[in-house]
Design a protein around this ligand. Structure first.
Ligand code: UDP
Ligand code: MG
Length: 314
């Protein structure tokens, strides 16, 4: 690599052999047209298809601008981005999906905002092209996040984003165990900006996220950035125990003062209350487990991913 690049594009790749050729064909003309020195850092996240071979070929074709980090296994989109963040050389860093859902042609819009002095620019998807379920589930979770954390983002799920060097360094230093990079970036940024971008249907293949992973990711987001679930839970538990207490008092009042409910008083009512309290306690244990698990992960400080090989020109 001749001079240090001004711009680093970071792209996680997992089983994208059908998309990569189109991605290359659309991305590079945009970047070449910017008139900035750039590099593209691909992380091959343990793809089982020919993605790595395609990346390798691209590295051969454009060794000056293409770098490839090759994971030995699949560690997930956010780890793939982290690995690239730890190695980027640019002053401005842009993340992008490999499946062309974020059109590369929108990159200049983000850069324009960065040039205006923002240190972090998020994008929100105008006219989102995902399944009905994905779109609405994501709206719902956006709403919950908005209220439980101090993070203001129109669209947390859109990975087309630009960060300046300082924000990326802060993310890397935080050793983020909570995997939600856009939210982390927001918390480290001092002048965040946002811009609307086009969204396209996945060019080929299917989403790599299962329903379960989406739930995990969003649970991570909320527990990773705020203690609100724990606090709401405690409030709820206090209210419900006060309620149960009131109910018991009412039952006693009806039975012993008004002399009613002679047959029904007793065992069934108490069972009802008991079951309710038990379920509240169980939710609590689950929540505490979530935080303990998180602490455990940090304390254990295990290597989060393993790089098999890096293709790059020094
Ligand atoms: N990805 C990855 N590792 C994974 C899953 C996904 O690197 O375990 C990449 C994938 O190749 C794509 C991006 O992350 O570039 C977004 O993935 P996907 O399109 O499957 O997610 P969706 O758009 O459905 O949220
Ligand atoms: Mg996608």
């Amino acid at each position: 690599m001749s001079a240090t690049p001004q711009l680093s594009i970071v792209i996680p790749v997992y089983n994208e052999e059908l998309n990569l050729p189109t991605l290359f064909a659309r991305l590079f003309p945009v970047l070449d047209g910017l008139g900035r020195r750039y590099e593209v850092v691909f992380t091959n996240d343990g793809s089982a298809d020919r993605s790595f071979q395609l990346l390798q070929a691209q590295h051969k074709a454009r060794p000056d601008v293409v770098r490839v980090i090759d994971f030995n296994a699949n560690y997930g989109q956010h780890m793939a981005i982290m690995a690239a963040f730890e190695r980027v050389r640019g002053e401005v860093i842009v993340t992008l999906d490999a499946d062309l859902q974020n059109p590369p042609e929108e990159i200049p819009k983000l850069l324009a905002l960065m040039d205006e002095g923002h240190d972090y620019v998020g994008a929100y998807r105008v006219d989102r092209q995902d399944s009905f379920f994905r779109t609405y589930a994501s709206k719902l979770i956006n709403f919950v996040r908005e209220r439980t954390t101090s993070i203001k983002m129109t669209d947390q799920g859109c990975m087309l984003r630009a960060y300046n060097r300082a924000v990326v360094d802060a993310i890397v230093r935080s050793g983020a165990i909570n995997t939600f990079i856009p939210a982390l970036a927001y918390s480290f940024s001092s002048k965040p900006g946002e811009v609307g971008v086009k969204h396209e249907e996945r060019h080929a293949g299917v989403s790599n996220y299962s329903f379960y992973q989406l739930i995990r990711l969003n649970f991570d987001l909320i527990t990773g950035f705020s203690l609100a679930p724990l606090q709401y839970f405690t409030m709820f538990a206090m209210l419900s125990s006060a309620g149960s207490l009131g109910l018991v008092a009412l039952l006693f009042y009806r039975r012993f003062v008004l002399n009613l409910d002679r047959e029904t008083f007793g065992v069934f009512t108490l069972f009802g209350i008991l079951f309710f309290l038990l379920s509240v306690a169980m939710i609590g244990i689950g929540l505490i487990g979530e935080y303990v698990g998180r602490t455990y992960q940090v304390v254990r400080a295990r290597q989060r991913y393993h790089v098999r090989e890096i293709l790059e020109t020094k």
